[in-house]
Design a protein around this ligand. Structure first.
Ligand code: ARG
Length: 465
């Protein structure tokens, strides 16, 4: 245990810290992931202190060299982290002092761990968020590629997981594309809102030193500074924003996972997932399990849980910093890792999917998926839609009894139920006709889906520049 002389805040203490209290209070095992951001923040702070005449040039040179040598050791995996120094900030500061002497202690002039940790976490999330944005884009491109490659494949569309109306597989895929576009948008808005510097807020009230917050903000490539010093150190809404983005993205992945699990089952047989992304059973030799889809669906629970956990952590905290807030990192690091890996797995899995167009088409043609079209046919002949609905319902009942689809019922039998039905009725019952009839803006007709794909291609091209 650290004797009280060695602890960085030990001056006013006469007793030692309880060993269990020390480990329980330490966060270094988690927050050391922000080590490089912590060093970047310290370097920006030190150069500002020099520019403001608070550090001399030599002092600054020596502090900077010390920090760079620490960065090198961290990158080489040679830095010895010590829970006795509690967190990433004090580990680095302690090491700096070990390397350059008591001058290391000057780095903390006009700064607090409270503005330091808020700065580090914003920088870390900004970096992680940008990488996630790249993965998200790859998934979006893969979806558009798939939609284009399988253009024309008809499958059942469902409501209540009951066959509803036939749709194009590409339409279904483009629906997910749209969701992931909004996720990408949410991510960039989150990152833009987060990109303001808390550095220089001090512990909570600012500082009497003549600092230049705008200079450190510029050096760290923040968009600007957070105006109110208390706000700067006390809110974690940027973490909540990020976790919301992660949760919603995972929920989209989870729903897609659920569909792929169903579609790859023997009963559906719509798709075969690549061997590379499935596993076997240790007992049943025939099995091929959609593990990645299941795991991503499962991990969604944990990511949403992290959002909930931090919401609850924050809900009763008085301003400004409270140690409770140290709990903000573990969940958000885990969520960022999970989203990033899940997206990566998804782009390779989707690219390797085999589509069974025949099975999809057969399923789309069954279960009276063209019933609405027959009702629309009657409505076009002037019958109020409600009555048309009833006529078709009665025809379906007849078909169910006889075990035939609507299009197999002779026109004469149909006319017994409604005299409005003529021989042209068969044209509207054909599967391709059914799909292409839905040509309202954003509908499943081929030309509408092609429009979506075209717009997506343009959007992706614009983003790339
Ligand atoms: N490890 C702390 C955290 O992550 C850093 C800030 C500590 N500040 C303090 N006043 N104890 O929240």
């Amino acid at each position: 245990m650290k004797s009280r002389q060695k602890r960085m805040w030990g001056g006013r203490f006469t007793g030692d810290t309880d060993a269990l209290v020390q480990t329980f209070g330490a966060s270094v095992e988690v927050d050391r992931r922000m080590a490089l951001e912590d060093i970047d923040g310290s370097i920006a702070h030190a150069s500002m202190l020099m520019a403001q005449g608070i550090l001399t040039e030599e002092e600054h040179t020596s502090i900077r060299a010390g920090l760079e040598s620490i960065r090198k050791d961290i990158l080489a995996g040679e830095f010895a982290w010590d829970v006795e120094f509690e967190d990433v900030h004090m580990n680095i500061e302690h090491e700096l002092t070990k390397r350059i002497g008591p001058l290391g202690g000057k780095l903390h002039t006009a700064r607090s761990r409270n503005d330091q940790v808020a700065t580090d976490l914003r920088l870390w999330l900004r970096g992680a968020g940008r990488q996630i944005g790249v993965e998200l884009r790859t998934v979006r491109v893969t979806l558009v590629d798939l939609a284009e490659a399988h253009m024309g494949v008809i499958m059942p569309g469902y409501t209540h997981l009951q066959v509803a109306q036939p749709i194009l597989l590409s339409h279904h895929l483009m629906a997910y594309y749209a969701m992931f576009c909004r996720d990408a948008d949410r991510l960039s808005q989150t990152l833009a809102r987060m990109n303001y510097s808390p550095l220089g807020a001090g512990a909570l009230a600012g500082t009497g030193f003549n600092i230049d917050r705008h200079a450190t903000a510029d050096q760290l490539e923040f968009e600007g500074v957070i105006l109110n010093s208390m706000d700067a150190v006390s809110d974690r809404d940027f973490v909540l924003d990020f976790l919301s983005f992660c949760s919603i993205t995972m929920i989209h992945l989870s729903r897609l996972s659920e569909e792929l699990i169903l579609w790859s089952s023997q009963e559906f047989g719509f798709v075969t997932l690549p061997d590379s992304h499935t596993t076997g059973s240790s007992i049943m030799p025939q099995k091929k399990n959609p593990d990645m889809c299941e795991l991503i669906r499962g991990k969604t629970g944990r990511v949403c849980g992290s959002l909930m956990a931090l919401l609850m952590t924050m809900k009763g905290l008085p301003l400004t910093y409270n140690k409770d807030m140290q709990e903000d990192k573990e969940g958000v690091f885990d969520a960022a890792d999970t989203v990033q890996t899940s997206l990566r797995i998804y782009s390779s899995m989707l690219a390797g999917i085999e589509v069974h167009a025949d099975r999809m088409r057969a399923a789309a043609g069954a279960a009276f998926s063209n019933a609405t079209d027959l009702a629309d046919y009657l409505a076009r002949k002037g019958l109020p839609f409600r009555e048309a609905h009833d006529v078709v319902g009665r025809l379906v009942a007849i078909c169910l009894k006889e075990g035939v689809p609507l299009e197999s019922l002779p026109v004469g039998r149909m006319q017994e139920v409604s005299a409005l039905i003529e021989s042209d009725v068969m044209d509207c019952l054909d599967l391709d006709a059914v799909v292409n009839a839905r040509n309202s803006f954003g509908g499943t007709a081929a030309n509408e889906v092609e429009r979506q794909i075209g717009l997506a291609r343009e959007e992706l091209k614009v983003e790339a520049h």
